[in-house]
Write a protein that binds this ligand. Structure first.
Ligand SMILES: *Cc1c(COP(=O)(O)O)cnc(C)c1O
Length: 228
């Protein structure tokens, strides 16, 4: 199947209110354009410089989602245009995003990334750390970021019960934070979870945004590192 066909098939499988972030990391602009031509507008990248070089040549109405581990020194290159950063895992990073967003006269949507998997390699906060971050004075002074929800990655396993439990734990975290900090804020509404192999389970567990790469664009050549 072509990229265009893959997108259309996927869209049919997703409930209308679940949005699709097409994860285009490592793929050439020609592949992104094929997706764009069938109406895809949200694209996900995990390396800052790769996202910048694609943004420079793609149409202006693309919504760029940063989904990888973000180093503070790379925030400034994506701050002028990034729509949402899914991978915020520290107050320090959030302060840097706020600072760079202010320089651009922007407000940047951020998701708090949670560690829900049983693997050592995944980045993210736990509930206590997030509570401390959101309750801090430093956080309350930030004006150029909006926390719009949470993000998580399940363990890479065939055990779908485990995957389901991990997604469920992220939804419980979302609900707790909503009650404790965002009760009157409709902007706090996203649960970014679900990838090619597990998005159906994620949708059943309340995902509002799935991040799908290989099902759309085909397998990737292995990347050496997770860093941006
Ligand atoms: C690569 C990646 C995805 C997409 O993975 P696929 O299995 O190719 O769909 C989703 N989320 C994050 C954070 C990723 O790094």
């Amino acid at each position: 199947m072509t990229i265009a066909e893959n997108i259309l098939v996927l869209k049919k499988q997703l409930p209308e209110k679940v949005r699709l972030v097409a994860v285009s990391k490592t793929k050439p602009v020609s592949a992104l354009m094929e997706a764009y031509q069938v109406g895809q507008r949200m694209f996900g990248e995990n390396k800052a410089l790769e996202m910048v070089s694609k943004q420079a040549v793609m149409p202006e109405d693309v919504e760029w989602h940063f989904i990888g581990h973000l180093q503070t020194n790379k925030v400034k290159v994506i701050a002028p245009f990034v729509a949402c950063i899914h991978s915020v895992d520290s107050l320090r990073l959030l302060c840097e995003i706020d600072k760079e967003a202010r320089k651009c006269g922007r407000n940047i949507s951020c998701l708090l990334q949670f560690y829900i998997a049983s693997e050592e390699t995944k980045f993210g906060l736990d509930l206590d750390e997030a509570m401390e971050l959101l309750g801090s004075e430093i956080f309350s002074a930030l004006q150029n970021i909006t926390i719009t929800g949470v993000m998580g990655m399940a363990t890479f396993t065939d055990d779908m019960d485990q995957v389901r439990n991990e997604f469920r734990s992220l939804r419980i975290i979302f609900n707790r934070l909503k009650t404790a900090f965002f009760q009157d804020q409709p902007t706090f509404r996203e649960i970014s979870m679900g990838m090619s192999d597990d998005f159906q389970v994620a949708v059943e567990e309340g995902s509002t945004m799935v991040r799908i790469g290989s099902t759309i664009f085909g397998a990737r050549i292995l990347q050496k590192s997770m860093s941006s």
